[in-house]
Design a protein around this ligand. Sequence first.
Ligand code: GLC
Length: 534
Amino acid sequence: MTSGLSGELKWWQRGVIYQIYPRSFQDDSGDGVGDLRGVTRRLPYVAGLGVEAVWLSPIFTSPMRDFGYDVADYCAIDPLFGTLEDFDALVQEAHRLGLKVMLDYVPNHTSSDHAWFQEALGGKESPRRDWYVWRDPAPDGGPPNNWKSFFGGPAWTFDQASGQYYLHQFLPSQPDLNWRNREVRAAMMDVLRFWMRRGVDGFRVDVIWLLAEDERFLDEPVNPDWQPGHPEHASLLHPYTQDQPETHAYIREMRAVLDEFDDRMMVGEIYLPVEQLLPYAGTPGSPMVHLPFNFHLILLPWNAEQIGAFVDDYDAACRAAGSWPNWVLGNHDQHRFKTRVGAAQSRVAQTLLLTLRGTPTVYYGDEIGMENVPVPFEQMVDPAGLQQPDSPQAGRDPERTPMQWDGSANAGFCPADVTPWLPLAENFREVNVAAQEADPASDLNYFRALTRLRAEHPALVAGEYRRLDAGHADVFAYERGLGPERVVVVLNFGAETRTLPADLQGTTLLRSLGTSEDQTALQPNEARVVRLEA
Ligand code: GLC
């Protein structure tokens, strides 16, 4: 894949993807839940962040048992979010501002409210029966095998009327589609076409590595590393429900549909080790997803040794595979990164995300330093948390709270007299967009400085990555080089002041802690971007 001048790169290689969780971005209708008109109103803010594309988490008709990841009609907008006209207006405004629009495509499962599943429930003779995955009970009448749902409990639910079980890797109200069935594939491909014809530029594809299951339906083996308190789903290994060869074939079909249109892309949600992850990009002759999401910055312990070693390995593996790298620090399923790595390290993390080689994906609110909002069990709404009271980390409400726009009641997210669907952060009067606009030293202005640097220094976008020796185990340093330009990033993961080696000193382009003019000393937790003179 090209890694020449940034002008030769595609938009999804060049730019930053910004994820919006529509329920929580901006409420326009005044019901305490965000909506499309709210998003459209805030698009100038998003464009002003210097990002390239917005990805909207699901906005389709849904009973919202998994907040939209349970789709009842793939080609209609849920009334909670607005109408198709509102959507068209959103796309138009985004394009006017130079932003691409990506939707969330949820192919693995529908809602049980979907007309297809309702027909399938009609019985074994229903023409839609085979659109889902049905099995007879085990000899003892129980589920066909030991497969588990990601949200806890069995992955099978019994249908009294027909005497069979159906498969669901998530809630019982999220039955798995049977991707082995050609008609299912054809119908789902038409969904992609429907949205691309409406101007959509790309898709984030939900749980793409789960599409197919092994046809033998064997029990999955026990995970010897599992410990109480870990999610129940992780108590098994998943050789039969994840990463099947058929899945690769289905993704190639999806890609062919995207390639019927100009310049579209898809990024796949895939939680797998690098050796299994990179094959999802396919090969030049047989391409698959444009970007297989790389979640390892979320999953690894936060220290210079492990992060640095991973970056080296992943960059080299992408190069060898000819695929474009990508990086993620947060999303709607993961605790806020500022909470995970700690406030002191948050700019080190943000700098890393935006200066490594590869496409960064940013989660809404991370640019102003939003943190997890504690949500007591009585106020919890996320099924992943409600169904697993023994796994305190499982709930995802803390990272899905309303965007903090200003210091007024409800932070400008919804009217003052309305209760937002999730509680606001207690500190919203200090941590909000309006307050940070006015403060040159804010997280928001630091984020903008980073995207500005990317715009001004093509080496940060298209340059090669090379590890540098910073002389200390807790400092991770690397160079991005393009032609004569060499931009160096130095990240102090530790709490000690460190001397910057002489060969890494140059013109400081950006520093995360503006409190010292010293060019040679790196402060504790400091991130610095330096331009080396040729
Ligand atoms: C993905 C989504 C998550 C959802 C699940 C089931 O992992 O990111 O939010 O609950 O799929 O659709």
